[in-house]
Write a protein that binds this ligand. Structure first.
Ligand code: DQA
Length: 145
C-alpha cells in the first residue's frame, strides 16, 4: 500500500515566494508542494498538505494524522523555537516526524538555534531551501520501508 505522508507547514509559510526571498527562495508554497507531490508519486507515496498560521490547527492536524498517515514532514516555522504544545503533539501523534526547515537556522539569530521539537522527531533536515523537503521525504520513505 502507498505510504501516506502529511506535509505540515506552520506560520508565515503561506507567504513563500514573496517573504524574504533571499532566505526562503522564490518558489511559492503551491510550487513547492506540487513539486514534492511529483517526487512522492515517483516513489509510490501520497501526500496531503496542510498549512496554518495557528498553533491549534497544527496540533489538530497532527492528532488527525494518527488516523491516516504513516509519517509527517513538519516545518513548524517560528513555533519550532517556542512551542511545547507542538512538541507534545508530535509525541502524541506516535508517528515518525521529520522536522524540516528551508533555512539553516544555526547560521541565523541565536533564538533560532533552539528547537523544542528536534528531540522528539525522527530527524531534522535544514538549510537546503525547497530541497530540504525532498530530502526529508526521501529519508522518511527509507525509514518507513
Ligand atoms: C523556518 C525557520 C524559522 O526560524 C522561521 O521562523 C520560519 C521558517 C525555515 O523553514 O527555515 O518561519 O522554519
Amino acid at each position: 500500500m502507498a505510504q501516506q505522508i502529511l506535509v505540515l507547514n506552520g506560520p508565515n509559510l503561506n507567504l513563500l515566494g514573496t517573504r524574504e526571498p533571499e532566505i526562503y527562495g522564490t518558489d511559492t508554497l503551491d510550487d513547492m508542494v506540487a513539486e514534492l507531490t511529483g517526487i512522492a508519486a515517483e516513489r509510490g507515496a501520497k501526500l496531503r498538505h496542510v498549512q496554518s498560521n495557528h498553533e491549534g490547527t497544527l496540533i489538530d492536524a497532527l492528532h488527525d494524522a494518527r488516523e491516516w498517515a504513516n509519517g509527517v514532514i513538519f516545518n513548524p516555522g517560528a513555533y519550532t523555537h517556542t512551542s511545547i504544545a507542538l512538541r507534545d503533539a508530535v509525541i502524541s501523534s506516535e508517528l515518525p516526524v521529520v522536522e524540516t526547515h528551508l533555512s539553516n537556522v544555526h547560521a541565523r539569530e541565536e533564538f533560532r538555534h533552539r528547537s523544542m521539537l528536534s528531540g522528539v522527531c525522527l530527524g531534522v533536515v535544514l538549510g537546503f531551501g525547497k530541497h530540504s523537503y525532498a530530502a526529508a521525504l526521501d529519508a522518511l520513505l527509507r525509514h518507513l520501508d
